[in-house]
Design a protein around this ligand. Structure first.
Ligand SMILES: *[C@@H]1O[C@H](CO)[C@@H](O)[C@H](O)[C@H]1NC(C)=O
Ligand SMILES: *[C@@H]1O[C@H](CO)[C@@H](O)[C@H](O)[C@H]1NC(C)=O
Length: 341
């Protein structure tokens, strides 16, 4: 099987030559080397990040995110495409986002996920925990810019909604609109048209609880132009739906002889470099593991026990002292009084 890696390299070199700027998540063109071709990927305000709830700043004035036109996104067909890096759904500009410093218009949404061999798959993490997948809904600042290409490398150009996906008991029909069609776009560059459907239902139920920070695109060219909104609560899909995401797609074109699975398309968390991360809600550290809880309960128990013991010992001493004093009194009172007269 020695020839396999050689062949693999051959394929990626051929691809690199044809596209000029090929990148992958692992290997010779992997994420540690993106900055050689795309310098912004090595800058100081990159995404994704590990959101540490202990150091998040609660900002009560942050309003809920208000999507407009998400429930009925027009009448034109939406394009679902396997672009070799992810599965991406085009969105109409009539879908807008309010509740941010500017009004933003939607462009596309796409997914990041893992594989059945590893845990994890989301790009953002909360207290070091990754979710099985993450959806990004990409918007551009339409108050200031004409389109995505104009906005994408401007500091105030983009706003992305991040939605964690978690496995639940039931199928999520909103996600079926996308996941049921992956079998039609198994290979890179394949696309199909979908009738518009309710995009609001892809979001978590409550839009008031989120994390907010300034970061970047999570793929090359990694422009630092994104105002991030990462929802605290995940949306749920079934295990079978997650399996469709993990098993349906190839990152290679149909005609290629060596086919590669499109899996593990998530970037590792990037250094925060002292950027503030705000929360719209009081975020308690969610990392209370069973071990920590046991330790806390044990600590409180020990504390109570030592207080009780201290009290008991003190009470005992006082009792002993009182008894001795009383003995003294008894002795004194029973002693013959000196007769003075
Ligand atoms: C974006 O807008 C600019 C300015 O109006 C225009 O020149 C350009 O062709 C547009 N690009 C796309 C991809 O529509
Ligand atoms: C993001 O950057 C802008 C421009 O520098 C700044 O005004 C804003 O407060 C930053 N937002 C957050 C959440 O850090």
């Amino acid at each position: 099987m020695l020839w396999a890696p050689v062949l693999l390299q051959g394929v990626s070199f051929a691809w690199a030559a044809s596209k000029g700027s090929h990148w992958t998540y692992e290997g010779a063109h992997g994420q540690e080397r993106w900055q050689e071709t795309y310098p912004d990927c090595g800058w100081q305000a990159q995404s994704p990040i590990n959101i540490q709830t202990e150091s998040v700043q609660y900002e009560p004035s942050l309003p809920p995110v208000e999507p407009e036109g998400y429930r009925s996104p027009g009448t034109e067909k939406l394009t679902l495409k396997n672009n070799g890096h992810t599965v991406q759904l085009s969105l109409p500009q009539t879908m807008r986002l309010h509740g941010l410093p500017r009004v933003y218009s939607a462009v596309q949404l796409h997914f990041h996920w893992g594989s059945q061999r590893h845990t994890g798959g989301s790009e953002h993490q909360v207290d070091g925990r990754a979710f099985p997948a993450e959806v990004h809904i990409v918007h551009f600042n339409s108050e200031k810019y004409a389109n995505l290409s104009e906005a994408k490398n401007q500091a105030d150009g983009l706003a992305v909604l991040g939605i964690f996906l978690e496995v639940g008991d039931s199928e999520n029909p909103a996600y079926s609109h996308i996941l049921d069609h992956l079998k039609d776009i198994r290979h890179a560059e394949q696309e199909i048209s979908l009738s518009p459907f309710n995009i609001r239902d892809l979001l978590p139920a409550h839009l008031g609880h989120y994390f907010r920070y300034n970061g970047s695109l999570t793929t090359p060219p990694c422009y630092q132009s994104v105002l991030w909104t990462v929802f605290h609560l995940p949306a749920h899909i079934s295990a079978a739906q997650l399996a469709k995401l993990q098993k349906s797609l190839h990152s290679t074109k149909e005609e290629e002889t060596l086919q590669l699975s499109l899996v593990d398309n998530f970037r590792r968390p990037q250094d925060l470099n002292h950027r503030p991360v705000l929360s719209s809600f009081p975020a308690a550290p969610s990392g209370y593991s069973a071990g920590k809880i046991v330790a806390i309960i044990f600590g409180v128990f020990l504390g109570c026990l030592s207080l009780f013991l201290a009290g008991w010992i003190a009470a005992k001493r006082i009792r002993e002292k009182t008894r001795q004093d009383q003995k003294g009194v008894v002795f004194k009172s029973s002693s013959p009084r000196p007769v003075t007269d």
